[in-house]
Design a protein around this ligand. Sequence first.
Ligand SMILES: Cc1cc2nc3c(=O)[nH]c(=O)nc-3n(C[C@H](O)[C@H](O)[C@H](O)COP(=O)(O)OP(=O)(O)OC[C@H]3O[C@@H](n4cnc5c(N)ncnc54)[C@H](O)[C@@H]3O)c2cc1C
Length: 398
Amino acid sequence: MIVVGAGPGGATTAWKSAEAGLRVLLLDRAASFPRYKPCGGGIPASLADHVSGFESPDSFSDLSVTHLRHSWKGKDHVHAEMTTGSGKPAEVWMVQRPRFDAWLVERATKAGATVRSGVKVSDVSIEEDSVTVSTVDGESFTAKHVIGADGAKGIVGARVGLRLGKRWGIAREAEIPFHDGAEDNRIHPGLQPHTAYLDYGSVQNGYAWIFPKRGFLSVGAGMLLPKKPAPSEENNVGQILRRAIDTMLQSVGMTFPEGMDAPKIWGHPIPFWTGAEPLATADGRVLLVGDAAGVVQPMFGEGIQYAIRTGDVAAECLVSGTAGAYTDRVRALFADEFDAALRIGKIFYRTPYLSYKLGVKNPAGTKLVGRLMAGEASLHDLESRIYERLKNPLKLGK
Ligand SMILES: Cc1cc2nc3c(=O)[nH]c(=O)nc-3n(C[C@H](O)[C@H](O)[C@H](O)COP(=O)(O)OP(=O)(O)OC[C@H]3O[C@@H](n4cnc5c(N)ncnc54)[C@H](O)[C@@H]3O)c2cc1C
């Protein structure tokens, strides 16, 4: 099989398929790994309950956060611990994508996959009993199956008639290094320990964040638009997101580091879950995983764990010869949750201030978020809670 794209989705597919004995060629256009990918790098530790091999986070993650600090336009903040139902801390890993993705690619290599970087795929054609991918450099590779793991703007799906009506949100991100005279791998001294920061209100249909890493902060903002913005809108969105990032930094008493060039801000699309489309060709020869399949939680734009989990499912389907069941298996796992997230997102982003006051700032709300991160509660539970609160906004949560 050929996997196009060595992000979390493709590297996991390659790793799990090779481990089960399949011959795997993993291609990526990046010149080499580690390579940069704009991303906050927050992954709920509950991923380890779904996919084996993630039991030792020290080998791929900088640190874990157990607290969230929410704010409204940089003010009116609340600092809340995320706990499981049994009162233990619920952890979210903070990974640096270059390091994390390289770790996954190494897992695939160790399992026996052949990895080639610097290979940009430009076309895919399905023959009677095989699939051929061609590259911009004129090479071609043929296999029984191809996995499109080429991210939000991937071409594999489009070349075989999948995910044609893509829709995107958009996010911007800056990695801000800090040096306070201590070693480079310090946690930022001015921020609360074990805490990720989220700010609402400055971005319509979205939020801004600070995710701490060792030696730097991932700071960004995202707008989960239900359509692809026109280029003129995209410019405007870029300005709005930039201002939201500034507000977020000011709320913790920071600005872009003085005396340094303004850090590069990376813009990137976030695919939008639409639910109904097939994620594999009818003959089961081409399967899409991760962002290429639009498997991104539509309220928060969280996609790493879903890329990994769809990669794992794709590998299982190929190993067991059940590629035709892939779309149904992915839908069975995620459709209910993502559809609930879409409905919650509509309520939250249409009435953001009320939602912030009644939901986010409510201790019962943060308790539920902790249980969500721990994989103990579902977005359905959150949705029921929201309807309950809307019916009776004055009722105190427990
Ligand atoms: C600013 C921002 C912040 C985010 N923060 C978070 C977060 O905190 N937590 C979270 O869970 N999600 C987050 N996401 C979403 C997350 O980044 C994605 O869902 C995730 O990277 C999807 O993984 P993937 O493997 O499907 O695709 P990608 O990680 O995009 O990997 C695709 C790979 O395909 C390769 N490729 C592309 N085209 C070709 C081609 N033609 N030929 C060969 N190779 C190709 C690319 O080089 C790349 O390596 C964020 C997204 C953005 C934009």
